[in-house]
Design a protein around this ligand. Sequence first.
Ligand SMILES: NC(=O)c1ccc[n+]([C@@H]2O[C@H](COP(=O)([O-])OP(=O)(O)OC[C@H]3O[C@@H](n4cnc5c(N)ncnc54)[C@H](OP(=O)(O)O)[C@@H]3O)[C@@H](O)[C@H]2O)c1
Length: 384
Amino acid sequence: MQKIAVLGSTGSIGTSALDVISRFPDRFKVSSLSANSNTGLLSRQIKRFRPRAVSVVDKRRAREFAKTHRRLRVYEGAEGLCSMIREVEADMVVVGIVGSSALLPIMTAISRIRRIALANKEAVVMAGDIIIREARKKKVSILPIDSEHSAIFQCMASGGGSGVKKIYLTGSGGPLLKTSKKELRKVTPQMALNHPKWKMGRKISVDSATMMNKGLEVIEAHHLFGLEVKGIEVLIHPEAVVHSMVEFVDGSILAQMGPCDMRVPIQYALTYPGRDVSPVKQFNFSKIKALHFYSPDLSKFPCLEMAYEACRCGGTYPCVLNASNEIVVREFLKGRIRFTDIAKVIQRVLGLHRDSGNPGLEEILEADRWGREKTKEILNVVHS
Ligand SMILES: NC(=O)c1ccc[n+]([C@@H]2O[C@H](COP(=O)([O-])OP(=O)(O)OC[C@H]3O[C@@H](n4cnc5c(N)ncnc54)[C@H](OP(=O)(O)O)[C@@H]3O)[C@@H](O)[C@H]2O)c1
């Protein structure tokens, strides 16, 4: 029986991970769960999965929650989440926390747990070099859950991890693929959240609309698979059947295909290296008339180009890109800025940033703070 900690259990990835886990009662047992503030859903998950401990980051909610769950160990705050990872035994951790808040939990998990099923991409964007270096040092396996990276991981297994020439990172193009560049100014949060293929959390849905998500994925792939940026090509693939491809030096190209259901990559990470039956719908090739692939319009989606550039520059640039993006996406979702302001503000912040070169964890956290503060300063000018 493998004990699994599910971090961000109340989110889109977390609930899908619990759905997968519930189908293997003889193999997996939930050891701990975590949420930011959604204690209602967390309570229901506790009844069903009976973890040994839970963590609630919002301290006020955590205290109220602890009063009604006296027999359960409840950790509070961001530090409490890391303490739970350190203290509650687990064989594997699923990281479904959104945003930069996942960085310290991931670093803590690397020091304690042998297998990390990683959905969170922001932490890898911020500190990929450090995460990969530490994981190697501690012999911790990082199994990607992001569907594109899971696809690449599965294709790469064919070459035993070597002989890779290039990666094709596919993306459906998001909800605004057919919206003209001129119309982007008028895009509302509701329009941006309306993803045609995937049902996901709010932040990643907006990132998909700006194509920042694909940019973050380029940086994630660079770290997870040790490839130069020029070896990672983004392709728009509206049917979202091919989840990514790997080209090898002998000219072979392998693609991983399947339905758009995150339970597939989550289950693969949990059962790796084996495979097992899953509840997803049988794929029907005869219903697909054609598969299309084309290059993204970088002038329409400048966030993708900015992410490529941040990755090429390295150092603290990707971290600042991510920090600024987290703030502007939040502001956009609150209706305070236009869709087109997202890229403009991030561009200005990156233009003001001076890299400290080969950063350690402290410099990364400092760059994250700087990126957030600078973005808020610029937003004040945009608001006034
Ligand atoms: N959704 C997908 O299909 C998908 C696909 C590929 C990759 N990913 C990546 O997976 C991650 C999670 O995405 P998601 O769509 O599942 O997000 P989501 O639905 O918004 O869920 C986020 C989870 O993180 C928790 N959380 C929020 N703020 C936190 C904080 N400060 N500290 C600790 N926990 C916090 C939330 O708790 P509350 O519910 O209490 O707020 C929730 O459990 C993201 O990095 C995303 O890019 C997602």
